[in-house]
Design a protein around this ligand. Structure first.
Ligand code: AMP
Length: 173
């Protein structure tokens, strides 16, 4: 994954001062880097009988749908409020200032489905922790194989918030 790592671009002070934003658009634009990324994920999950890959808005959708296709699985979206058209379950979680909410459709999973969750970046872990709560609370029989990230920002210790679930990150900073 070293060549894929090289292609990810740092944008200082975006979206606000002090944040170094990991811009994955050059990776998405590069057929071989994007292919290598999806193939690495496919290799990891191909024998795990995954029914669904769950993507977290919005960049998570890109990886979730490509991986789902590669695995012959379905894909499910976890979205910001007001975007999903059918009946939803919601989870509200704390941010540094204020709160945020995520939603999933009430018919997102069949009983006992085996799923993988995916997002582009593990930063503080808040979003994924809320996603796990949302799924566990409302779909008790669903089996979560693992949570996958393209990038993990180790210095933010997001893993601490996701202690009770296996995590796999392709690239670390
Ligand atoms: P988290 O703090 O782990 O809840 O991060 C939430 C979301 O913010 C992730 O899904 C990322 O897409 C995005 N994000 C957070 N920090 C960064 C960063 N430094 N570069 C790019 N995306 C980020």
């Amino acid at each position: 994954m070293e060549s894929v790592k090289q292609i990810i671009r740092d944008i200082p002070d975006f979206p606000k001062e002090g944040i170094i934003f990991k811009d994955i658009t050059p990776l998405l634009a590069d057929a071989s880097a994007f292919g290598e990324t999806i193939n690495a994920l496919k290799k990891r999950y191909v024998d795990k009988e995954i029914d669904r890959v769950v993507g977290v808005e919005a960049r998570g959708f890109i990886f979730a749908s490509a991986l789902a296709y590669a695995l012959g699985a379905g894909t499910t979206m976890v979205r910001k409020p007001g975007k999903l058209p059918y009946k939803t379950y919601q989870e509200t979680y704390s941010l540094e200032y204020g709160t945020d909410t995520i939603e999933i459709h009430q018919d997102a999973f069949q009983p006992s489905e085996r799923i993988v969750l995916i997002d582009d970046v593990l930063a503080t872990g808040g979003t994924l922790a809320a996603t796990l709560n949302l799924i566990r609370k409302n779909f008790e029989s669903v089996e979560i194989e693992e949570v996958a990230f393209l990038i993990e920002l180790d210095f933010l210790n997001g893993r601490e918030k996701l202690k009770d679930i296996p995590i796999h990150s392709l690239i670390h900073y």
